[in-house]
Design a protein around this ligand. Structure first.
Ligand code: CUK
Ligand code: CUA
Length: 763
């Protein structure tokens, strides 16, 4: 039962204000606990740095890829407490995602070649930026396996859109946003023919297979990607890997690293050496340097070719127009991370001990001077490594990804083979500190680390498959996100968090203060389109319509009943149930399901959701609210009655319970007592400036709604009493009390809120 409802009820029964919890302190001292739990001073310090006391909130919020779960994991830093899993590419029952029609429509956008795909391999989340700083409005995430990108609106943390890449068969180098989020980048991973459903043998790999990079146009006002204004660049079949956008001096350019520029195609089953040998044979691969602003202009000027209906700038055009260049990168590079000042791009070679710091200024000078060492087989000019590199720094074995500090020139790079994090200075090329992390580190992530203003303070190491770390849970291990304190010269490991969902590749963190999610929708909103839902109904508008074999319910949810409470259908009917949650109080989410029809909806305050199914079996199917919303939540129920064809009733009245006049009088007494409580609460609320508190105004509106229904129920119980129908009289009087309880509950919550938030007396 929810705290406040319980409190309301106890208050109604005792009519006295509740108890203040008295803190009971343990007699143990801190020293006793350290000894008993075998903790060191260092442990204590780490605990103090991560512990967020009950009732307090985290400073940062992390959005982690959920890997193969196709979801996003949201957790707080420094506490590492998980807050939510966001449903993105995969059905998620709690949120009704994939079980109600409105969210299904989002998943349907992700269909490829007419096929519904119900999972995703998420890798890289990105937070929208304004002038290169995180603005907390949108989150983007890619699906590597099925080349797709999703848009999540951070006003309600819901997935609003999935777009399918029209020319790739996989994509890995996204999502990353341009400094004002006008574009979101995705790069292909495994080269394939760009035309859909086109077969070419591997013997034609060099000619017919292609990589590429896509720039999705984002309309911030609509909060949606606009496919028709988006475009791609055709690139050689080099296994484009990660990307990043330039910023500051490099704004207008983007960078994509690659591996397997050998263009090796494997064939272990034919006795050829495997991919891993053929793809790492050369000493260097290529960093792609692209002038995307100019590319967008070329598209506008009609210089793109349409492939599968999508704008693609072909390589020969890109070369001729001077928007595409290559720079060698050492051995099997991974990741490219532009520094916060936009002057450098850092690339790590997985099979090298070095990271290479490329200078944007040097690259531009070479381009201007037309100074190229060669051309690649596709005619793309190649800038010599020495003409592009600022410094190369040996960091350790298996460097992968780099993140930035709030302090100038300071970077952190993950060392996969060494299982370490290196802290170093990229301006001077100096290693400053190294910290051993648990095992198999992939990405690492600093607070607001992709922005022009990293916040420093903490770093999270995203370690893969945490063996020997946590209580064993079978052969598939959890992942381990380790929190590291980077506020001092030496890094300090603070905390291990097992992550029990997929393999998260990358994560992004934002100051919690920048997130301003809403708590309710405008009544009747389809949260997936942000538009009024055609199935919405307000109180009193509830109805069931039938057209042929189509039954459409326009229902509402409010504590503690579902309207309608029975739905009658004939076997074979197509049933659509639209439900609007009429509540405004922010914790009054209702859920809805119908037994055995595999439907579920989560209906937050104000939302309208549809579920749809065919009543394919005759029988009796209970439906109910699935979220513990109120004291009488279990009573929030109804029946779907699926009758055989041509069924006729034989019995016409419901069974009656026997109530007496005394029962009726007792109920009236309860109603009068409760009214006294309501009056006192209303007296308090109206004596203060409650209108200055929007949350309270919402609760007062909800309470007024409930109280407004009393007159009707009162008229009914009085009429029944006049006819000495004590059953009807008593039940309608009980219903009056139900409305009162809900109003009182809201009123008491409003009162507590006002007391805790410094409401002032008016007049
Ligand atoms: S990748 Cu997984 S550790 Cu997809 Cu960013 Cu590097
Ligand atoms: Cu509504 Cu439970």
């Amino acid at each position: 039962m929810k705290k406040m409802s319980k409190r309301a009820i106890s208050l109604l029964l005792a009519t006295s204000v509740g108890l203040t919890a008295s803190a009971v302190w343990s007699a143990e001292t801190l020293q006793d606990v350290l000894k008993r739990r075998n903790l060191s001073q260092q442990d204590l310090l780490a605990a103090a740095k991560t512990y967020v006391p009950t009732g307090k909130r985290d400073e940062f919020v992390t959005f982690s890829s959920g890997g193969q779960s196709g979801q996003v994991i949201v957790y707080g830093v420094p506490s590492m407490r998980i807050l939510k899993y966001l449903a993105v590419f995969t059905p998620e029952p709690w949120q009704g995602y994939g079980y109600d029609e409105n969210s299904k429509a989002v998943l349907e956008q992700g269909k490829i070649d007419g096929k519904t795909i119900t999972w995703g391999d998420t890798h890289h989340p990105a937070i929208s930026e304004t002038n290169g700083e995180y603005d907390g409005q949108f989150l983007f995430i890619n699906d590597k396996a099925n080349p797709r990108l999703a848009v999540i609106d951070l006003r309600d943390f819901e997935t609003k859109q999935i777009v399918v890449n029209p020319i790739f068969k996989s994509e890995h180098g996204g999502a990353f946003v341009s400094p004002n989020t006008d574009y979101v980048i995705e790069a292909a991973q495994y080269a394939a023919p760009l035309e859909n459903k086109k077969f070419y043998p591997l013997e034609e790999f060099n000619d017919k297979y292609r990589g590429g990079v896509t720039y999705w146009k984002f309309d911030r006002k609509e909060g949606r990607i606009v496919p028709k204004d988006s475009f791609s660049l055709e690139l050689p079949p080099y296994s484009q890997d990660l990307s990043d956008f330039g910023k500051g001096p490099s704004d207008g350019w983007s960078f994509t690293n690659s591996f397997c520029s050998e263009r090796y195609v494997g064939g272990i089953e034919k006795g050829r050496p495997p991919y891993e040998a053929g793809c790492s044979a050369k000493d260097t691969d290529y960093l792609h340097v692209i002038n995307w602003k100019k590319a967008a202009e070329l598209v506008a000027a009609g210089k793109a070719k349409k492939i599968n209906g999508h704008n693609v700038i072909m390589m020969d055009t890109a070369v001729k127009e001077g928007i595409l260049f290559l720079v060698p990168e050492p051995k099997s590079p991974h990741g490219v991370d532009v520094t916060p000042d936009g002057k450098f791009m850092i690339v790590a070679g997985k099979l090298d001990t070095h990271v290479s710091v490329y200078s944007f200024e040097k690259i531009q000078a070479a381009i201007k001077a037309g100074k190229f060492e060669s051309k690649d087989p596709y005619g793309i000019p190649v800038i010599a490594l020495k003409d592009a590199v600022h410094v190369q720094v040996p960091l350790g074995l298996g460097p992968l990804h780099t993140q930035y500090d709030s302090k100038a020139c300071i970077a952190y790079t993950s060392l996969y083979v060494d299982s370490q994090v290196a802290k170093w200075n990229y301006c001077e090329g100096k290693v400053l500190d190294k910290l051993s992390v648990h095992y198999n580190i992939g990405h690492l992530m600093s607070m607001e680390g992709d922005s022009t203003k990293p916040a420093g303070k903490y770093l999270v190491a995203l370690n893969k498959l945490a063996i020997d770390r946590f209580v064993p849970v079978g052969p598939l291990h959890p992942q381990n996100h380790q929190l590291i304190d980077i506020s001092n010269d030496k890094m300090q490991l603070l905390y291990d968090m097992p992550l029990p969902l997929g393999e998260p590749h990358y994560a992004v963190s934002i100051a919690a203060s920048k997130l301003k999610p809403g708590v309710r929708y405008k009544v009747g909103t389809d949260s997936r389109t942000d538009k009024p839902h055609p199935g919405a109904a307000r109180a009193g508008e509830e109805r069931v319509e039938r057209q042929g074999n189509k039954v459409t319910v326009y229902g509402t949810l409010i504590r503690s009943h579902i309207t309608p409470e029975t739905i009658e259908a004939e076997v074979g009917d197509e049933i659509t149930i639209n439900l609007t949650n009429l509540e405004r109080a922010q914790d009054e989410t209702h859920g809805f399901t119908v037994s055995t029809y595999n439907v579920h909806a989560s209906v937050e305050p104000g939302k309208t959701v549809s579920i749809k199914f065919k009543a394919d079996r005759e029988g009796v199917y209970p439906y109910y609210c699935t979220e513990f919303c109120s004291a009488l939540h279990l009573e929030m129920q109804g029946y779907l009655l699926v009758k055989p064809k041509g069924w006729k009733p034989t019995k016409t009245s419901l069974a009656k319970a026997s109530y007496t006049e005394d029962d009726y009088k007792a109920t009236l007494k309860k109603v009068a007592d409760t009214q006294a409580v309501i009056d006192s609460v209303v007296g308090y609320i109206t004596s203060v400036n409650y209108k200055d508190f929007p949350d309270v105004v919402a609760m007062v509106e909800d309470a007024t709604d409930q109280l407004g229904k009393i007159a009707d129920a009162k008229a009914k119980h009085e009429a029944a009493a006049g006819k000495k129908d004590w059953e009807q009289a008593n039940l309608w009087a009980e219903q009056v009390w139900q409305y009162q309880v809900k109003a009182a509950d809201l009123g008491l919550r409003a009162k507590t809120y006002l007391e805790q938030n410094g409401a002032k007396k008016v007049k």
